[in-house]
Design a protein around this ligand. Sequence first.
Ligand SMILES: NC(=O)C1=CN([C@@H]2O[C@H](COP(=O)(O)OP(=O)(O)OC[C@H]3O[C@@H](n4cnc5c(N)ncnc54)[C@H](OP(=O)(O)O)[C@@H]3O)[C@@H](O)[C@H]2O)C=CC1
Ligand SMILES: CC(C)(CO)C(=O)C(=O)O
Length: 305
Amino acid sequence: MRTLFAGAGATGGYFGGRLAERGKDITFLVRPPRAATLARRGLRIHSPAGETTIHPRTVTAATLDGPFDLIVLAVKSFALDQILADLKPAIGPATVVVPLLNGMRHLDTLLEAFGPSHVWGGVCMIAGTLNDEGDVVQMSGMHKLTYGPLTGPDDRLAAVTEALSGADFESRASDDIVQEMWEKWVFLASTGIVNILMRGTIGEVEAAPGGAALALAVVDEALAVAEAAGHRSRPPQEAFLRTSITAEGSPTTTSMYRDLTAGAPVEAGTIVDDLVARAEKLGVPVPLLHAARVNLAVYQARLGS
Ligand SMILES: NC(=O)C1=CN([C@@H]2O[C@H](COP(=O)(O)OP(=O)(O)OC[C@H]3O[C@@H](n4cnc5c(N)ncnc54)[C@H](OP(=O)(O)O)[C@@H]3O)[C@@H](O)[C@H]2O)C=CC1
Ligand SMILES: CC(C)(CO)C(=O)C(=O)O
């Protein structure tokens, strides 16, 4: 399968790089400065398992001139509109688009842009970032990619599975990807909100008096929204979240918190604001999520000023 990774940042660079490392047919859609960095340094991945350099094939919006079989979308939510416009030439009659973005709102945007026959769901679990050189840094051993059609069986599944497997990360097709995206959203939003409201890692919050109780109260609010929306996390996912968000000494932060502490724009709209908006619509009280929304709005307003 000709596969295009749209974005070669922390997630796209990692998962696309790992696939390219195994000889899969991977191209990255990047902007000119990123293309220049990748040409000069290669795509370097630093991980707990070691370091690797891949020399990736890249295209830019100006040189993208034909359809791909599979597109993996790996940009931040605020870059979505531009890249969807750039991707138009890459969409053929049978192209599958798998987004890795956090949250749910991008699915509506994608369905509107490309139509239901092209859009699948996707979830990735990784703690990744780019360092000052533009290299991908995988901060823990976690690296999982899950994907699947939004509605019913799809005869492209075997080919997509072949394209996304066989590399040095866990890869899995899901027959209920929408539920898995909700579970990831609840996990990520809860963890990120605890980081942001308390300005610390999960372990630092847990060590504070009342910290674990506060974290679990955030989880209860996020779960209540998911439940009202018909997507309460299944018991093993809920148990994992409760354990992980109260883990003693945990260094866990989220990409949202890392962006905030770096003074960069934060995906507040799709990760926090959208959860609060759904809570309001469904009549679910979420005072802690609301506090996080206000906190992030103040931050974003300062960034813009
Ligand atoms: N980082 C993490 O640990 C995790 C992130 N996620 C989610 O994955 C999504 C992607 O995040 P992440 O990979 O961290 O983000 P990054 O910022 O690391 O990477 C996004 C990349 O998209 C590129 N980009 C933006 N617009 C365009 C465009 N028009 N054309 C080509 N490239 C473009 C940027 O390139 P440029 O250099 O040109 O700006 C950047 O390198 C987010 O929704 C995030 O929440 C999910 C799980 C974990
Ligand atoms: C919760 C986590 C770490 C898992 O991938 C994540 O999605 C993020 O930091 O954005």
